[in-house]
Design a protein around this ligand. Sequence first.
Ligand code: FBP
Length: 262
Amino acid sequence: MIPIDDSPIVRDGKSLILAMDHGLEHGPVDFEAVPEKLDPSTVFETATHDAVTSIAVQKGIAEGYYPSYEDDVNLLVKLNGTSNMWMGEPDSAINCSVDYAAEIGADAVGFTVYSGSNHEVEMYEEFRRVQEKAREYDLPVVMWSYPRGQGLKNDTKPSTISYATRIALEIGADIAKVKYPGSSEAMEHACTAAGDMKVVMSGGSKTSDYDFCSTVESAVTAGASGLAVGRNVWQRENPTRILDALEAVIYEEATADAALEA
Ligand code: FBP
């Protein structure tokens, strides 16, 4: 972990990463309810909201769309990713190098690690190479820390999520992105296990405005430094409304009620 509070992907110590790598991870099915969002420009447009500190995309989307938005959004290049068609033990192909991410203007890089998978050893070694190369460019490294694999029956169990944040700290991430472990207490333990490293909550499938903002409020109160979210923002008809509310909850520590009433 290195100090990243001066990084463009951090605002007042917090982050809201807008993730849009779903076309790879899940497929176009995630865009069925909002077909216009299949055009990546629409989500880049959403990322110009002040609440958003970076947009997380794969290399191809970064190459094609970031140049039109480079003055208005910060770029987090997700270096690995796998399709939903992969049926083996959790693993993730490296689709972009740190050198290339830096060349196309990345402000940070992201990397998924599936601890507990049969591919854990290789993934840790890949992460080591990415993390050490990212240090040469002073690029923060966000780890999608997702314990997953044959031996793991419940990947949001409190002890699993605390283990996920601790692993991220131990092997050199600057931010760990983890699933919400079900309660504020469990999230607090996960943040404590991460020491001074930042922890952000993963968004998950779309829920109501109130349910989502309440969960984010609970995570932030527990010590989380924000959010990495996709579907709960861009699957909405009006992403601006939810981003206004999330801005209040994350950066102004408003309650979900107050943020949604405003
Ligand atoms: P969501 O907020 O839509 O869950 O997006 C966050 C994210 O990590 C994406 O970056 C990624 O595509 C997706 O979730 C992966 O989710 P999962 O592996 O749980 O299907």
